[in-house]
Write a protein that binds this ligand. Structure first.
Ligand code: GRF
Length: 207
């Protein structure tokens, strides 16, 4: 199975769900947390789970390229083959994309292409959509634009706030993202040119 790095910037509930999911393996593929914020709660989670982490902040580098080269150095040291973005609040640039073609996935709290960007849940509430959801996709140079692997809808109720909708979406994320990552790491989901190829039907256990 490929070695995985998880990139995260904040709370880290997805990071923890992925790390715990892979504990079922004798040797977990989750080798590294890359975090771009020194105060992020996800760092505490990594410490508690015994997963190595590095904090690499953009402000410490004069250019995005040098910032990403510093990240790459850590990825190489840890022999990382695959990256999952789990609440990583930065666009991945050309420097990292070139080294990991078709090997980076992201989770987003909307049914893309609706509501890309940082405020997807608030925007879904403001717009008044009745259905939102979760999207997992391969990462390209755009903002939440890469080829879609998996989507699941989530109802939006008239009484919902951004907080209640985020919670309903988060519960789905924690269930689904580890399973999709597992299929990516074992070669059952691949990015072929620009289309997603699943070697077998993409069966996810729905809770
Ligand atoms: C998730 O909703 C994810 O979809 C989005 O950022 C949030 C991260 O949450 N990209 P957490 O840090 O994993 O708790």
């Amino acid at each position: 199975m490929l070695n995985l790095a998880i990139f995260a910037s904040g709370n880290g509930s997805n990071f923890q769900a992925i790390a715990e999911y892979f504990n079922k393996y004798p040797s977990s593929p989750v080798k590294l947390l890359v975090c771009d914020r020194s105060q992020a709660h996800v760092i505490r989670r990594a410490e508690d789970l015994g997963i190595p982490h590095v904090v690499i902040e953009r402000k410490d580098y004069p250019s995005k390229e040098l910032f990403e080269l510093a990240i790459l150095q850590h990825l190489e040291q840890a022999n990382i083959h695959f990256i999952a973005l789990a609440g990583y609040m930065r666009l991945i640039g050309a420097t990292i994309l070139k080294q990991y073609p078709g090997k980076i996935v992201n989770i987003h709290p909307s049914l893309l292409p609706a509501f890309p960007g940082k405020h997807a849940v608030c925007q879904a509430i403001s717009y008044g959509v009745k259905i939102s959801g979760v999207t997992i996709h391969f990462v390209d140079e755009g903002m939440d634009t890469g080829p879609i692997i998996y989507q699941k809808s989530v109802p939006v109720y008239p009484t919902d706030t951004a907080v209640s909708l985020q919670a309903r979406i988060n519960a789905i994320e924690l269930d689904i993202f580890p399973q999709v990552i597992e299929k990516c790491l074992s070669g059952q989901i691949l990015l072929n040119e620009t289309s997603v190829e699943a070697w077998e039907e993409l069966i996810i256990c729905e809770s």
